[in-house]
Design a protein around this ligand. Structure first.
Ligand code: GLN
Length: 319
């Protein structure tokens, strides 16, 4: 499927096209550490099943991965409690904003899926599992480094601190779920884990590397060991496809047709099972809080490569 494709040329062309785009969306400013990021950044990295890496633009500039971390946290939590997790968090698209509180009331404190904030906070609670927040944060950092085979990945403490100081809505979500009995630990401790995980700072290259297990049927390409079972990897991909962009998930699938997970830092991790793991970053967001140019770039890549559930010949980038 990758034979005959000149990926470096394709990515170079995408980066050049994105540099010309004027409507770049709006950088998230509700998290202090993100407000000052330059919206002109654009980076993309693609790692193929054969291990080759292809990049263009700012692929080596670190950014805040924010909600993309929910994929790695979910993987850890499933490893700890298995399918029992689905008693505390659903696997349906939410159709509402990533930080919505109304759905929780109607559904008795059980979040719709692990990728909206409420669901990810439950996942943090599971990872905490009776340990101290610093231990759980260490576990998430070690796991992410392991996935990417890169010990230089770090957490941006300023971003985590800024979010703690302003994250009143996440505090409300956590306390609300605690009232329903769906949080075992103090909201403060759970959020310490959650904010630090969201503050993971990674480049497109590192992020694409970290997503390889989802491309490779759950196996870590460098060790051959299973990170998760093949079924679980497929299910995480299915969740990314259905829920990875919150109330913009339908739009992303409609236009790009790949499993993808976005974050308010402007990153998107996307997976083409058996073929590629890819990461794109452009800090400006659309009105659903997803990277505006990130989705456009992935749509262009899908058309050029055919890596999509859509038929690329029938896709038009402009429509
Ligand atoms: N840390 C962010 C928040 O809780 C994550 C949101 C996101 O990336 N969509 O608001």
């Amino acid at each position: 499927m990758t034979g005959g494709l000149d990926l470096d040329a394709i990515l170079g062309e995408i980066a050049a096209d994105m540099a010309r785009e004027e409507d770049r969306g709006k950088v998230a400013d509700y998290i202090p550490g993100l407000a000052g990021v330059d919206p002109r950044h654009f980076g993309i990295a693609v790692v193929l099943a054969d291990g080759s890496m292809h990049v263009a633009g700012d692929a080596d500039v670190p950014f805040s991965i924010q909600s993309i971390s929910k994929v790695f946290a979910l993987t850890i939590a499933l490893g700890k409690v298995g399918d029992q997790l689905w008693r505390r968090v659903g696997h349906e698209p939410s159709g509402s904003a990533f930080n919505s509180i109304v759905q929780l009331e109607a559904e008795h404190g059980i979040p719709r899926n692990p990728f909206i904030n409420a669901g990810a906070i439950v996942v943090s609670d599971v990872i905490l599992g009776g340990s101290r927040p610093t231990e759980a944060i260490g576990e998430i950092l070690r796991f992410t480094r392991h996935l990417a085979s890169d010990e230089s990945i770090r957490i941006d403490e300023d971003v985590a601190k800024g979010e703690k100081e302003t994250g009143f809505r996440n505090m409300a979500l956590a306390n609300y779920m605690r009232a329903f009995g769906n949080l075992d630990h103090a909201a403060e401790d759970v959020l310490q884990v959650y904010f630090n995980q969201c503050a993971l700072s990674m480049t497109c290259r590192q992020l694409a590397m970290a997503g390889r297990y989802l491309m490779a049927g759950g196996a870590h390409p460098d060790t051959g060991h299973n990170v998760v079972s093949a079924l679980r990897a497929r299910r995480i991909n299915a969740l990314m496809m259905m829920c990875g962009h919150y109330d913009g998930s339908g739009e992303f699938s409609f236009r790009v047709g790949m499993p993808g997970k976005s974050g308010v830092g402007g990153g998107i991790l996307a997976v083409v099972p058996g073929i590629a793991s890819l990461a794109v970053w452009s800090p400006g967001l659309n009105d659903r809080g997803n990277s505006q140019l990130g989705a456009l770039a992935l749509q262009q890549l899908a058309v050029a490569t055919g890596w999509s559930v859509l038929n690329p010949r029938e896709m038009a980038v402009s429509s």
